[in-house]
Design a protein around this ligand. Structure first.
Ligand code: SF4
Length: 346
């Protein structure tokens, strides 16, 4: 059986044609599952009984299983989803003034091995299927349907920054983006979708030609090859000059501003010297720097005590930057944390 949530509209149209069905059935099905949120084919009342009978034999609307939900005092919610093969992944819902934002996982585990990341401590088991990514967004949205404020019932932003390296699962992630962006699908605006990569250069260049205007964030975190080689193994394959050159090509092609993510680690990358090196590195690039406080709950590194000084220094030197407000501090919000606890239990 094929999970219907794994199909882009175009793929579904092709599938319908191959089944001697009219392609517009794909649009109807999209509307039923993403706009009217039906959970069974029998509720698709405009499809005709024979057609419903046929598609029931081919597709499922199976969901993932919510294994655990943690709710933080600040409203951040973390979900542990159980997949069909018993693997677990995490999804985080964050509530901002501008809307509800979901951070999704793209792989079970991750092969990139970033030293500060709990997810990287366990190797990739497999890529997520498209439907497993779509359902993370849809199922979190389903959990919001009892919210009093109507605006809070809809996921408006998606960040692809959870467990896994999205560019290591490129085709599935691109199909996922098309489904959640589709006006007949979840209709999340391209500019409200952000994909973060640790720096897989060939895919950055390929992504520059992706037809949707998705935001690109680079997990930079260190301003020199020496530090980056030490803490992010990907840098040994694509060192900073190669990475920066791909970012410049990306910008030339898309004219879209890049975000650099920079996690502040105590005594490692939070000195004024590092700030100066960072400024020098990104000079001339239309970018934005997102400084992230280390979440100490994974016990890997210490949170910087100089975050504000680092931030002020960048700011004074005319770098567009923010010091990210930390969310979900009282739950296992560090990426990969909840999944690891579950694995340890097993
Ligand atoms: S930071 Fe991202 S790319 Fe690096 S190990 Fe963690 S999940 Fe993988």
């Amino acid at each position: 059986m094929l999970n219907l949530y794994g199909f882009t509209k175009k793929q579904l149209e092709e599938k319908m044609i191959s089944l001697n069905q009219k392609p517009f059935r794909a649009t109807q099905m999209f509307e039923w599952i993403y706009k009217k949120n039906v959970l069974s084919f029998d509720e698709m009342t405009n499809m005709g009984n024979d057609n419903v009978k046929l598609i029931k034999e081919i597709f499922t609307l199976d969901h993932l299983k919510i294994q655990k939900e943690q709710i933080s005092q600040d409203g951040t919610r973390k979900y542990l989803f159980k997949l069909d093969d018993d693997n677990c992944i995490e999804t985080v819902l964050m509530n901002y003034e501008y809307g509800q934002s979901v951070c999704i996982s793209t792989q079970v585990g991750c092969n990139m091995g970033c030293a500060f990341c709990a997810s990287g401590m366990h190797k990739k088991i497999r890529n997520l299927e498209v439907y497993e990514m779509v359902l993370q967004v849809l199922m979190v949205q389903e959990q919001l349907q009892n919210e009093e404020d109507e605006n809070k019932r809809r996921i408006s932003h998606v960040v692809i920054m959870g467990i896994g390296e999205p560019f290591d699962n490129y085709d599935n992630v691109m199909n996922f983006i098309q489904i959640i962006n589709d006006p007949k699908g979840l209709e999340i605006g391209a500019r409200h979708i952000t994909l973060s990569t640790c720096g897989i250069v060939p895919k950055i260049l390929e992504f520059a030609h992706f037809p949707l205007q998705i935001n690109l964030a680079i997990s930079l975190h260190f301003p020199t090859d020496e530090l980056r080689n030490k803490y992010m193994p990907i840098n040994r394959r694509y060192p900073l000059d190669v990475l920066l050159s791909s970012i410049k090509s990306y910008y030339k092609e898309t004219s879209r501003r890049i975000t650099f993510e920079y996690i502040l680690l105590d005594q490692i990358n939070d000195s004024i010297t590092c700030a100066k090196q960072l400024i020098e590195l990104i000079k001339g690039i239309n970018c934005y720097v997102n400084l992230i406080p280390m979440n100490e709950s994974n016990g890997l590194f210490k949170r910087s005590s100089r975050s504000k000084i680092f931030f002020d220094y960048l700011h004074q030197n005319n770098i567009n930057c923010t010091l990210r407000r930390e969310q979900g501090h009282d739950i296992d919000a560090a990426c990969g944390q909840l999944r690891i606890k579950e694995m340890q239990k097993k």
